[in-house]
Design a protein around this ligand. Structure first.
Ligand code: PEP
Length: 271
């Protein structure tokens, strides 16, 4: 069976009632092959995580749950923040780290992101590390350099003789989402060919850092993915899945994208 990951990033959307409704729709509409395994992950606001976890447990769905952020400290005087162990306790097993909206609006730096990745590892949360260049960096041909810097600093690569120093973080369990900043929520996307090229660069970079011997992180694409363009992305061998924002807010559209994406991945695997 083709394996692929589909992450719905709800951002700051959906009340509890809306989350329940969404899950009911997934229960009815998701194809059987996408109901088991952690191919489908919902990144909901904090307020819905615990309820979603309970509803998922009581359903036939085996989908994963992600938080959209975490704090790097284990506990303490950080008003308004949430720690990795608190997230784990809700039933959440994934966490988005370094989304460009947080880098931009909340001033998150590569160094803070590295601390958050370490905190995720300590609590056994699988981090979904978002990396991507701005429009200006793309115009200046800096895409690969920016992404390598974000991955190197985030994952603390090259800090020890082993090649990396990431504490309890198992890199083979990480997910990397390549999300060009200029493509998020804009309707603009790089071509699937361009995305695949960047994914290869990431793969080669991780290989050169000795990460591959432990198993490769999955590398997903994110940025204005929808029902019309998902197949073209998923047909590429080096694109392991997608992180979808706006278009994932409708359960019907998200399910349609999963169906199209799995179909496209199967074509790659059988050709
Ligand atoms: C995102 O939130 O990471 C994202 C890719 O959003 P959108 O699909 O709306 O571009």
């Amino acid at each position: 069976m083709a394996t692929a990951s589909f992450i719905a990033n709800w951002k700051m959307n959906k009340t509890l009632a809306e989350s329940r409704d969404y899950l009911n729709k997934l229960q009815k509409l998701l194809p059987a092959r996408a109901k088991s395994g952690d191919q489908v992950i919902l990144a909901s606001p904090y307020t819905a995580l615990a309820s979603l976890a309970e509803w998922i447990r009581a359903s036939s769905l085996e989908i994963g749950l992600a938080a959209q952020n975490l704090h790097f400290a284990a506990e303490g005087a950080y008003t308004g923040e949430i720690s990795s162990s608190m997230l784990y306790e809700t039933g959440c097993r994934y966490v988005i780290v370094g989304h460009s909206e947080r880098r931009l609006h909340c001033g998150e730096t590569d160094e803070m992101i590295a601390q958050k990745l370490a905190a995720a590892g300590i609590a056994h949360l699988v981090p979904i590390l978002c990396v991507g260049e701005s429009e200006r960096e793309r115009e200046q041909n800096k895409t690969v350099a920016v992404i390598k810097r974000q991955i190197k600093k985030g994952l603390c690569l090259g800090l020890s003789s082993k090649g990396h120093e990431n504490g309890p973080l198992d890199l083979s369990d990480c997910i990397i989402a390549y999300e060009p900043v200029w493509a998020i929520g804009t309707g603009k996307t790089p071509t699937p060919f361009e995305v695949e090229k960047v994914h290869r660069e990431i793969y080669d970079y991780l290989q050169s850092e000795g990460v591959v011997s432990e198993g490769m992180p999955k590398i997903l694409y994110g940025g204005s993915v929808n029902e019309k363009n998902i197949s073209a992305f998923m047909e590429k061998a080096h694109i392991d899945g997608v992180l979808v924002g706006g278009a994932s807010l409708s359960a019907e559209r998200f399910v349609q994208m999963i169906e199209l994406g799995l179909e496209a991945k199967e074509t790659v695997c059988t050709s």
